[in-house]
Design a protein around this ligand. Structure first.
Ligand SMILES: [Zn+2]
Length: 379
């Protein structure tokens, strides 16, 4: 009896998108709304693979404060070069590649729009590819678990295109050896960032993904006696309804970056490190006066399982209300119609699980996905 557990990961296929457009109802009639983790994919993806929260696997925001060990020291010189050629996306993309090579990073690395002048205050979290087994995260991943239990598995190479990934998975299935495959489909996320979650482009992308998943499942069913199909995602996507130039408002207070405070502007969140009391109290007063977001309390950080005893990720986090962007931010310089990274309780944050198997009642968070994997593989 040959069995396959096929997990199809679709980036940003949230519960609200599923409610609007549906997805694969015939093949995977069981569905569950799953709570995501607070933060971005750098926190959510490890939470899926480890079955743990960020305060356990320790992966949260990509850029963290560490001026002593910053791999970007010296890069502030690029900020002085005229004209702003180094700020073009293509140039930054190629520069990211060079940095990746110089430091032998195997994880996902992008400079995004972090100003060169401020890069030396930060270090980067995702230096190693945690999809590869070998104890890269603080707690083990499902792939480490497979290695330890001698379960033959295949995990897609996230560097490849979706078309390539689908072909590579098909080839693995045709060999009939793997008991678990992780089909990684990342492109829906970009479509929804650029066109909005509720758009014709989203709908046609979903149709494509539905067709491809169906084909792969049918092919697997011709090779294996039994195929358990699970469609999972890391988070949803909210329609953007407005943006605010928080950076400008902070800078208008007149404090000096690097001397009085350090800030990192993610698209939905600003993180601050205080270097003196005056800056702290003035910036905190400003943040408290804003109606488009709020300061996340320590109690809430603990409740959301993203509280860390060190200050590397920030002394204070200011989170935007769902639908609002910080723009410009260190993640991008233009307002885009779709974004995630809001509070996990915000309506469009929820992720999902779809399956042709019963989904047990206790599966309610992306950190529970791993339990279903272990159950499938223990049978
Ligand atoms: Zn995204």
């Amino acid at each position: 009896m040959k069995k396959l557990a096929m997990y199809v990961f679709i980036d940003a296929l949230g519960w609200e998108i599923f409610q609007r457009y549906g997805f694969l109802e015939k093949l995977a009639p069981n569905s569950r709304k799953l709570k995501t983790t607070f933060g971005f994919s750098s926190a959510a993806d490890p939470s899926i693979l480890t079955g743990r929260y960020p305060d356990e696997h320790l992966h949260w925001s990509s850029f963290y404060y560490d001026p002593e060990n910053s791999p970007f020291r010296g890069m502030q010189l690029l900020a002085k070069l005229p004209p702003r050629i180094f700020d073009r996306w293509r140039v930054r993309h190629n520069l990211s590649k060079i940095i990746r090579r110089v430091h032998s990073y195997t994880g996902y690395f992008q400079l995004y729009s972090v100003p060169f002048a401020y890069l030396p205050y930060f270090d980067y979290l995702e230096k190693k590819d945690y999809f590869v087994p070998g104890g890269i995260l603080a707690t083990d991943t499902i792939f480490d678990w497979c290695v330890n239990h001698q379960i033959p598995y295949y995990c897609s190479n996230w560097r490849h295109s979706e078309e390539q990934i689908l072909l590579e998975n098909k080839k693995i299935i045709s060999e009939g050896q793997a008991e678990f495959i992780y089909v990684y489909l990342p492109k829906l996320d970009g479509v929804m960032h650029n066109h909005g979650p509720f758009s014709d482009e989203t709908q046609s992308k979903l149709k494509y993904l539905e067709e491809q998943t169906t084909k792969l499942y049918q092919f697997a069913s011709s090779i294996y006696d039994e195929v358990s199909l699970y469609v999972i995602s890391d988070h949803g996507m909210a329609p953007v309804t407005g943006s605010h130039d928080l950076k400008r408002d902070i800078e208008a207070l007149g404090f000096k970056y690097g001397l009085d405070y350090v800030a990192f502007y993610d698209s939905t969140m600003a993180r601050f490190w205080w270097l003196n009391k005056e800056a702290e109290s003035a910036i905190m007063d400003l943040l408290r006066s804003l109606d488009y977001g709020y300061i996340v309390s320590t109690e809430e950080l603990k409740r959301l399982r993203v509280y860390f005893p060190h200050r590397k990720f920030g002394d204070v986090y200011f989170l935007m209300n769902e639908g609002f962007l910080i723009n410009p931010s260190y993640m991008g310089l233009s307002e885009i119609p779709g974004m995630h990274g809001y509070h996990p309780d915000a309506p469009h944050s929820y992720s999902l699980m779809l399956s042709n198997r019963d989904i047990p009642e206790e599966i309610e968070s992306i950190t529970d996905i791993r339990k279903t994997m272990e159950n499938e593989l223990a049978k």
